[in-house]
Design a protein around this ligand. Structure first.
Ligand SMILES: [Zn+2]
Length: 263
């Protein structure tokens, strides 16, 4: 039972600090895994098998080259074999997901089904956002994985019935609205818009109550406008997955803290 894992984090301060440091390390490791997975999915490579290699010289990377954060700093951001500069993008996401994992645990204050679902979503959303940013497509595999997380964790959520009912209402109503809006805009403008963002919103709102869903959509719209302006300035296809992901993660972390009491 996942519920039995529930452990009040700050019952013993030392254990709390230990778990938060551990969460940062896990976040960095999962970021390393998911950025590599997203990279392979975008290039239609086998994401489960195969070895990581240098983008410039193609040399297979050893275990020592693959430690999150540490390898990048030890090698001064260069490939061990050809000396070419490695972009800091992966390092930034490793630190970011590490901090997000640590922050999630610290804010929630316990290890339970909510935290496990949130951490798993953070990993999947990082991969899916990177894939969308790089290719302009939200891979269905990531959306399927999000649905699997919901199916596995929904039964263990506190106040399960309200959680499931409100999640389903938010998911179906917002998702259908977005699908209809996408179809209308596609028809009027004659451009073929992707249904990926609508499907992503449908999957993510399952995890939020109505108040959380409103918060997620509000933040996603504001962030989405900023991302759209950045994409337009860079003259590239607009990616909405990062904005939707930021909105959802913010709501998962903040909708239930006392600052934003549940109605
Ligand atoms: Zn190299």
């Amino acid at each position: 039972m996942i519920e039995n894992l529930s452990y009040p984090l700050f019952a013993i301060p030392f254990i709390g600090v230990y778990l938060i440091v551990l969460a940062f390390l896990f976040g960095a490791v999962f970021a390393s895994f998911i950025t590599c997975t997203a990279w392979r999915v975008v290039r239609h490579e086998n994401w489960m098998m195969g070895h990581s290699h240098c983008d410039t010289c193609g040399h297979e990377l050893s275990t020592a080259d693959l430690f999150p954060v540490i390898s990048y700093i030890a090698l001064k951001g260069k490939c061990r074999y050809c000396g070419s500069k490695v972009p800091p993008r992966d390092l930034i996401f490793e630190i970011l997901l590490g901090l997000l994992f640590a922050g999630t645990l610290a804010l929630h204050g316990a290890v339970d089904a909510v935290v496990i679902a949130t951490l798993t979503l953070e990993v999947l959303l990082l991969g899916l956002s990177l894939a969308d940013w790089d290719s302009g497509v939200i891979p269905d595999g990531f959306l399927g994985a999000i649905l699997v997380v919901w199916i596995i964790t929904v039964g263990f959520m506190p106040d399960m019935r309200r959680y499931a009912v409100e999640g389903l209402i938010a998911s179906v109503s917002a998702g259908l609205l977005m699908i209809i809006a996408t179809a209308i805009i596609s028809r009027i403008t004659g451009s073929k818009l992707s249904y990926g963002p609508s499907k992503l919103v449908m999957c993510l709102l399952l995890f939020l109550h109505i108040r959380g869903a409103c918060m997620a959509l509000g933040i996603a719209i504001v962030t989405g406008i900023i991302f759209a302006l950045v994409c337009k300035a860079k003259n590239r296809k607009i990616s909405l997955a990062p904005a939707i992901s930021i909105g959802c993660i913010a709501a998962l972390l903040l909708a239930d803290v006392p600052l934003f009491p549940v109605g």
